[in-house]
Design a protein around this ligand. Structure first.
Ligand code: NAP
Ligand code: MG
Length: 477
């Protein structure tokens, strides 16, 4: 497959390519261009022009085009889902759901854009403003570099491109190297719907090369990044010299706190669904299970017996619950993290094995001092269980981490739930559910090293624009 620059399918300027591998089989299924410095330069030049053109379209016309895209996307569900499943190893039904989420997110931003109002300021609040009328308008920031990870290539692209486009920005999308083709199709459909050729482009290739070129170029107004904390910090440094607007959706090691008085069945099912989706590779998946002592033994036993029932295998088989992780290399990393936890004294209760890119669901008894209980994010189906006695202790364990993306608490006591929600250091707290929860309207984002900014229709339009004040001085005098 080629990449999309200036509305044309092109190869890299030097003809270089990168392989796309199916993690379930280890086979190379395609190649995409490995964009060069020259390609990045061309895309940025185009995007500067494309932004001016796109922003000149009236709002109703922009929104008609984006609505047409949502229709085209839905018509292309099977085509995109198959590609996502093949290159990412995500079970096919989860891929279909993700395509539907992309369309839903676009529609929510289309509707939000229609009511994205400015302010009229009180005109006689200070003696010096008597007689003035002042109001604000929103202007687009300009060209956005939009860098997304492999785990939700279609949904995360929507969380960025939809608010960027409804507000008149142009976009250069840089998908992860493991999952580049679904992003290319999304851009193809945006073009087919009528977005101008230079307003949406897609560059494939290595993040450390083209991502850094994009983030450090002064013609790029803003970078919206989702991925690891390590890379996020690097991007913030690239952005600093030009004081670029940067939003960072980063890693997490989210707690799910389960109290003795919980609905036990709910606790076990939320534990599994909050962790197993996409083989554990979700930013806001529950990654630490903090369980009160009175039910801890029963909880471990029930969790293990339920994990034994999961169907693991070919992600294109619709009856499969869990496929591989994104690559054999990623699976080896998870395997090493399991080994490291056992070396630190963790007791392996179930699983722990790897076969190619497939990792067995794994249950480990852990203590609060271990890396897995604090700052080591595991991107795979691993369940560390940490036992606690009091609610204060549970929240202390939950907060004892560099991260703070999402969280969950399961209890039948509303006071306990609210106490946890008020004291947990995380961007969200889901009561009676896993923190693996993301709605398009929700302000999604983290505390601490989980990021800067929030994505979601209640706040992102503000982040994608700047306010300008216009004042008629003395007009009422
Ligand atoms: P990653 O390694 O940080 O990669 C994310 C993106 O950044 C990819 O497109 C990658 O390109 C690019 N990239 C890599 N190095 C770069 C650099 N030096 N400069 C600019 N761009 C660069 O993350 P990942 O391993 O794919 O994804 C997993 C991480 O993302 C986890 O920590 C997860 O928690 C986090 N995540 C967070 C959220 C959220 O909303 N908070 C959502 C999903 C995932 P290449 O693929 O070409 O390297
Ligand atoms: Mg990576």
């Amino acid at each position: 497959m080629q990449m999309l620059i200036g509305g044309k399918w092109v190869d890299a300027s030097d003809g270089g390519v990168m392989s796309v591998v199916n993690p379930a089989t280890g086979e190379v299924v395609d190649t995409v261009p490995a964009a060069t410095k020259e390609d990045v330069e061309k895309a940025i030049e185009n995007a500067v022009k494309g932004q001016i053109e796109w922003n000149s379209y009236p709002l109703y016309r922009k929104l008609e085009i984006l609505e047409k895209y949502a229709v085209l996307l839905t018509q292309n569900t099977e085509r995109i889902a198959k590609i996502m499943c093949e290159e990412g190893g995500k079970p096919i039904e989860q891929c279909r759901i993700e395509v539907a989420a992309n369309a839903a997110i676009f529609r929510i931003y289309i509707s939000a854009a229609n009511t994205f109002y400015g302010h009229t300021l009180p005109y006689n609040a200070e003696p010096r403003s008597q007689g003035d009328v002042a109001f604000t308008i929103h202007e687009p920031l300009g060209v956005f570099a939009c860098i997304v990870p492999f785990n939700y290539p279609v949904e995360l692209a929507a969380h960025k491109t939809a608010p960027m486009l409804v507000t008149g920005n142009s976009v250069i999308l840089k998908p992860a190297s493991q999952t580049p083709r679904s992003a290319l199709i999304l851009c193809e459909l945006l073009l087919e719907a009528g977005v101008p050729a230079n307003a949406i482009q897609c560059l494939t290739g290595s993040g450390s090369k083209i991502g850094s070129l994009l983030a450090s170029d002064s013609r790029i107004a803003a970078v919206s990044f989702t991925g690891s904390t390590e890379v996020g910090i690097e991007i913030a440094k690239y952005c600093a010299p030009s004081l670029k607007h940067v939003s960072l959706e980063l890693g997490g090691n989210d707690p799910l706190i389960i109290f003795d008085d919980c609905d036990f069945e709910l606790a076990v099912s939320e534990t599994i669904s909050g962790r197993i989706g996409n083989a554990g590779q979700t930013c806001c998946a529950s990654k630490r299970f903090i369980v009160q002592r009175g039910i801890a033994e029963r909880f471990k036993q029930e969790l293990i017996s339920r994990l034994k029932e999961l169907r693991i295998g070919d992600p294109s088989d619709p009856t499969v619950d869990m496929g591989p992780v994104v690559s054999e290399q990623a699976a080896i990393q998870v395997e090493n993290q399991i080994r490291h936890t056992v070396e630190q004294g963790g007791k392996l209760l179930y699983g722990g094995n790897r076969n190619g890119a497939f990792v067995e669901p794994t249950v480990i008894e852990a203590t609060p001092d271990m890396d897995i209980s604090r700052d080591m994010e595991v991107f795979g189906p691993v369940f560390p269980i940490i036992v606690f006695d009091t609610k204060e202790e549970a929240v202390q364990i939950a907060n004892n981490t560099i991260y703070g993306l999402s969280s969950g608490v399961i209890t039948e006591d509303i006071r306990t739930a609210m106490w946890v929600a008020n004291n947990v250091q995380a961007g969200a707290c889901i009561i009676n559910g896993s923190g693996n929860y993301r709605l398009a309207h929700q302000p999604f984002g983290g505390y601490k090293l989980s990021g800067i900014g929030r994505e979601g229709a209640v706040s992102t339009l503000e982040e994608m624009t700047r306010q300008k004040l216009i004042s008629f001085k003395g007009i009422l005098k």
